[in-house]
Design a protein. Sequence first.
Length: 167
Amino acid sequence: MSKGFPGPSAGFLVWRLANKWRVAVDRAVGPLGLTHAQYSLVASLYGMRRTGERPSQRQLADHTGMEALYVSKLARSLESAGLIERTRDPRDPRAVQLSLTEEGVTVTRQAVDVVQDLLEQLLEPLGGRGGARTHAFTEELRTLLDVPLLPPAPGTPPARPQTRPQT
């Protein structure tokens, strides 16, 4: 870093880590026929299935933080691949429920194992998945994820004064 300029911002580092993770997961689950986004969907379905849930596309979108339209697109592709089933919710004919097929369960279990190994590699410098630093890091991430990020209304000045470097 050059003098007078601070290191990378927290936002930049979060973005870099998210990209690093996405690329690593894409490569790891690619041989199973999945992308990172598809993995996020089937792994979430797998976890919800274990608690007896059969979520709607909207519930899965809320759970994963993905846009509902994107979840719908991913669900259609996963249905075409034979990994999930999409059925109408008997309580709400407008809603579509999602569930894993038998093949989907098999592929998801394999993918979860691969991604857990990858996660252990990522978290090893913090003491591994069970380490105290990893626990603290996870809590910090939860705190940040709970902060609503809304764009300012047009014409609204920034909430905080922006400082410029001294020249």
